[in-house]
Write a new protein. Structure first.
Length: 550
């Protein structure tokens, strides 16, 4: 049996500890690795609530020199929770408690500010990394064969292992560093700020050699440290969450033309690649049914209408639930409720029946929806419209009774733009929030899933849509290229700049909607083919064992 300790900020095996795709990996990978005789423990911050909610056992404290003070961090342990409420007694979760780890509302990450990005979180994770290192050498965490760090939040631990003599014992373990999103790097000043490397580790700062400092400093901002760069350069192996993304990060980004690659760290990535120490392994997905159990029957019109009606009710319930938590009603929620009720009345009165459902579920960030925000004049008199407007116009033209439902939360500026678009188009509902049950319904009932991500390290949304038999339109980057077979299980578009990508997206959308109209059986077969694809965690676990932990 191999023993692995994963250090991560998120873990969806625990209620409330998910923000992005990393949480899915930390939830689903340990059980799969157990089948490969690899036992995975997880270390993460307590965030002020987890140990108490799960009745974790206190196992001790660690005392660490952090800045000018000795900080005491409590450590608790509990068996890894599983989705059915039982526990996996072979896998443990170690929870680290300190007031710096706690954000308002028990959130994983702090909101931060534009003038001091990552300041609170960088301090939090610097102390967390130090506490994990100390807990390991103190014996609170049993010895392991591999330490597996995830994203910039664990980059400082890789640095301590490499450069702090107090933690030289960590070098006895193999060190793997996984990158889930290279765009977020946790960059902070070297000094002259309470949230800076010198403020956290004053003694270590004085003893670092110029060569060592070069591994810490950001290539674009020489007066700053970069935890992501530390993880890349000082680990034994670097893991990217899809093979295509592992190649994209070797090239410089060109945001103006819509390409997101190495994000300033391409030189570090290329050096690691040339050493043979970069591995691209696609994330997996949980499948409830085997291929032989899948149904290929198309629901009749009556059943489909009933399902759509239920979706409209659930959508309204989700919005009303959010309204109940606020003192004043948001315009975006009022627009969504009005539109949903309008659709519902049309269904009930049989004035028109929704016969095609286009869906999208995801965070409102430029990573996910930058392309939809691009100007796209469809006609001479439509200057100033966005690609999202153009998409809805084409949907109306080719599917007069089709609608588009977008569920997402995040950037307030993007939300305002989508709110205005929703007010202009009767075939569009923008639901500004996130609801797990509603997202499940959208994956299950949709006819066409839209995922125009500018970059996508792996992506989970397309996998969730595909397993429900919903075909996707997606940008041919990262894990989207690795999971969608163009014109077989979905459609991919490309483009050498944002304008070209927008043109290609519209053309592919027209092709997809036209196929649904003209050859519905072929379209249905694409959905069946999508549902039969398998990207199982069991396959992923075998690759981890062979390529990362060997």
């Amino acid at each position: 049996m191999k023993k692995v300790l994963m250090i991560a900020a998120e873990n969806d095996a625990i209620s409330g500890a998910k923000v992005g795709g990393m949480a899915d990996v930390i939830r689903d990978l340990p059980p799969a690795l157990a089948c490969e005789d690899i036992i995975v423990d997880v270390a993460m911050p307590n965030y002020g609530y987890i140990a108490q909610s799960y009745n974790a056992d206190d196992i001790g404290t660690v005392a660490v020199k952090f800045g000018a003070n000795i900080e005491i961090v409590s450590v608790a342990k509990m068996p890894r929770p599983s989705p059915d409420g039982n526990t996996n007694l072979n896998s443990q979760v170690y929870l680290f408690e300190h007031h710096l780890f706690n954000s308002e509302g028990n959130q994983v990450y702090s909101a931060g500010s534009n003038d001091r990005p990552f300041a609170d979180d960088a301090t939090k994770f610097a102390l967390f990394n130090l506490a994990v290192a100390q807990a390991y050498i103190d014996g609170l965490i049993p010895e392991v064969d591999v330490m597996h760090m995830h994203d910039w939040h664990a980059g400082m631990l890789v640095m301590l292992r490499a450069f702090d003599s107090q933690y030289a014992m960590l070098k006895q373990c193999q060190c793997v560093f996984s990158i889930h999103n290279l765009a977020l790097q946790g960059i902070r000043p070297i000094r002259d700020d309470v949230s800076s490397f010198a403020a956290w580790f004053p003694e270590l700062t004085q003893h670092l050699t110029d060569e060592q400092k070069a591994h810490l400093s950001d290539p674009r901002y020489p007066n700053c440290v970069n935890p992501m760069k530390m993880g890349i350069e000082l680990s034994d192996k670097v893991h990217l969450v899809s093979p295509t993304y592992a190649n994209e990060v070797l090239m410089a980004s060109d945001h103006q033309n819509g390409f997101f690659g190495g994000e300033g760290l391409e030189a570090s990535m290329l050096d690691k690649h040339n050493r043979g120490d970069i591995v691209g392994i696609l994330n997996g997905c949980v499948y409830e049914k085997a291929e032989s159990e899948l149904t290929t029957a198309k629901p009749d019109k009556k059943t489909a209408n009933k399902s759509i009606n239920q979706l409209l009710v659930k959508s309204q319930d989700a919005v009303i639930k959010w309204l109940g938590k606020t003192d004043s009603a948001r315009s975006v929620d009022q627009i969504a409720l009005a539109r949903l009720q309008q659709w519902q009345m049309q269904q009930i009165n049989q004035a028109s029946s929704i016969d095609f459902l286009m869906t999208s579920v995801g965070r409102l960030t430029d990573q996910k929806v930058l392309l939809l925000r691009q100007p796209y004049p469809v006609e001479a008199n439509s200057a100033g419209q966005s690609l999202l407007d153009a998409m809805l116009i084409e949907l109306k033209r080719l599917k007069p009774q089709g609608v588009f439902m977008l569920l997402g939360s995040g950037d307030h500026v993007i939300a305002k733009e989508f709110q205005l678009v929703a007010s202009r188009h009767s075939n569009f509902v923008f639901i500004n929030g996130y609801d797990q049950h509603l997202s499940d319904e959208l994956y299950q009932l949709g006819d066409l899933f839209v995922m125009p991500s500018s970059f996508e390290p792996c992506g989970i949304s397309q996998l969730l849509a595909m397993k429900q038999g919903q075909v996707c339109i997606a940008h041919g980057v990262g894990g989207l290229r690795d999971t969608i077979r163009d014109q077989q299980t979905g459609w991919l578009f490309e483009g050498h700049n944002l304008a070209h990508q927008a043109e290609q997206f519209i053309q592919v959308l027209i092709n997809a909607l036209s196929l649904s109209n003209e050859q519905p059986e072929q379209y249905r077969q694409m959905g069946i083919a999508a549902s039969q694809e398998r990207f199982s965690w069991q396959q992923v676990a075998k690759q981890y064992r062979q390529q990362l932990y060997s």
